[in-house]
Design a protein around this ligand. Sequence first.
Ligand code: APR
Ligand code: ZN
Ligand code: ZN
Length: 361
Amino acid sequence: MPQEVRGVIAKSKGAPVTVETIIVPDPGPSEAVVAIQACGVCHTDLHYREGGINNEFPFLLGHEAAGLVETVGEGVTDIKPGDFVILNWRAVCGTCRSCMKGKPQYCFDTHNATQKMTLTDGTELSPALGIGAFCDKTLVAAGQCTKVDPAAKPEVAGLLGCGVMAGLGAAMNTGQVSRGDSVAVFGCGGVGDAALEGARLAGAGTIIAVDIDDQKLEWAKGFGATHTINSADEDPVEKIREYTGGNGADVTIEAVGRPETYEQAFYARDLAGTVVLVGVPNPDMKIELPFIELFGRGGALKSSWYGDCLPSRDFPMLINLYLQGRLNLEGFVSETIEIDAVEDAFHKMEQGEVLRSVVMM
Ligand code: APR
Ligand code: ZN
Ligand code: ZN
């Protein structure tokens, strides 16, 4: 039987979000209904509300979530009711040209639920990133559920579903940070701090945090930063060279999404090093670099979508390291809030007061 539950809805461009009754259908073939326990508030949710992603209002927001599988549809064998899962937006297809090349982390045909959740008047909802998890229960493709150790707290585990995974993976997967490397991260929000933490976990030696906010730089130290630079006061490129024997860092990671910080990341990198872009630019931004520098400095300029993660490989492994006390995931949870406080949490996020507010169901 379809169920009526609470959900956080963005009805129209710029309008404050509201808690509405939504209808969640029973899972069809290859689908699952998940009872959400916790869901983090991410910038992407705010971008949806502002109409910055597309115009398919109303949106059911929320996508950094963990919960318990309630029911599964026909043909679902990987998960069963009661399993503790993290939701992901990369349910790989296994058959596209990238999956066939053995690179499922770049899958071009990821799965979402086929059926629609609706408002009580029948209006179809667009779930944020194909998830929609600021709600008591949500309908997803079964492949969007990754089973992890239930010993992990839901408010912590759920964060791997998006921003924190993006940052960890930018360092570990895309940047391929390895033992002894020097790493510089530009922007120390949730994503940048996760990149610092990923660099630490990968064995980086020198880990440099760059931000324009002293509070953020203070927090960055809790995620492995060995040096901090306030780039509003000092030239970060010069300082990074100073901290790396005059050479620049082996891997630089841009976690803001702005041309000026990308340029800093480009010049703060050692010859033959790697620049990783994980911050998301606006469509109207442009970047200009001397062409000869692109050639002359060698190395790699890479973009990192969702930290190039493969949820089935990365989520259980990272939860395991967290449970062993080797990965600081708890530090990302600035506060836990009720479902009706998402709009408030957007304001705190805009003010830079939090890394992540997490809605508890
Ligand atoms: N130089 C350095 N740091 C900056 C600058 C700048 N010019 N401008 C902003 N910052 C810092 C902010 O002070 C903040 O600490 O960048 C950080 C951005 O963090 P958040 O706003 O919390 O964003 P976060 O969730 O970490 O996401 C960062 O990654 O996934 C993308 O869409 C996301 O583009 C965004 C980026
Ligand atoms: Zn695929
Ligand atoms: Zn997100």
